[in-house]
Design a protein around this ligand. Sequence first.
Ligand SMILES: *Cc1c(COP(=O)(O)O)cnc(C)c1O
Length: 378
Amino acid sequence: MQVPFAKPHLTGREGALVAEVIASGWVSQGPKVRAFEEAFAARVGAAEAVATTSCTTALQLALYVMGVGPGDEVIVPSLSFIATANSVWQCGATPVFADIDPDTYNLDPDAAERAITERTKVIMPVHQVGLPADMDRFLDLGARYGIEIVEDAACAIGATYKGRQIGSMGPLACFSLHPRKVITTGEGGMITLNDPQVADRLRKLRAHAMDVSDLARHSAKDVVIESYPERGWNSRMTDMQAQLGLCQLESLDWILQRRRELAERYSAAITHIPSLEAPVEPDYAVRTWQSYCVRVNARLPIGRTDLMRRLLHDGIPTRRGVMTIHEEPAYADATVRLPHSEAAARDVIILPLFPDMTEEQQDYVLERVATHAVAQAA
Ligand SMILES: *Cc1c(COP(=O)(O)O)cnc(C)c1O
């Protein structure tokens, strides 16, 4: 059997609906992007949502409106996708890496507090693989030190923290719409926030900071001469992508439920394998199960990478767990030691999980995992 590692949930209706957008003649950012933003904001309980080309550009714009620039520091977990740190660098600022809580794999608020200096402008908690970070602690840190909080919520649409939706709480939260995340527009990102003035500025910054949108200009009754009060970027989503996003939002509840069912099925079996440890869901959080991360321990008879290799040989692709950014050559100048992050990057593997995975596929994965997890080293 060949099991896919990940696959977006598509219903087959999307093609015709995207074709309607193309037939309308308006394919760049326009009315569909606006409709998608409104639907997204409503879904996560935010007043505003601003669409972008990716979560990375969303983070970079979010940091920029928070005033992050050269000379500033932004505290981030190293155990994250490299885009978390790259967005800081794209603002000309320095990412400062802090360690994680070894149980949740999320930035540890105490470690973040120890990393604060006079230059710290923002703390960026990541809701890693869709498990909410301890937001009350971070919002409290921000208030006490006069530091802004920007959430990397790439994998967290639909997650909740103490009953509150991710995207509704912090000043700015940034989501990814890449196919590996919970819902997709092919490529895309979204910033959610509650301040309409900041939302307005973000909408301008993502379109070269032009003071009038294409949509407003096309519907104007008089000649409009635009102006550029500041410098900006091009981070516009297309209306074709937004139409796909609207379709995906309709499936979100089903996607989240399927992911949860499959994750619980995985955990029920993995709890019985002594060399493996199932992921946790703390009381305060409802996670999205964007990825299913398993930790191997010293009882595993083979190495972590050997386990991945044997599974691949069986037709089961896996991925290493979340990377550590400070251990990559791109960030060789960061000389920190982060023991919990380094251990997690070494000992975790991600098993296949996607909404349309069948129980037959999952049983096959579990059977092969169980076999290798107790087998003698070859
Ligand atoms: C995927 C991911 C990103 C980047 O998202 P893009 O939309 O591909 O730019 C950033 N941060 C985290 C934690 C991610 O998982």
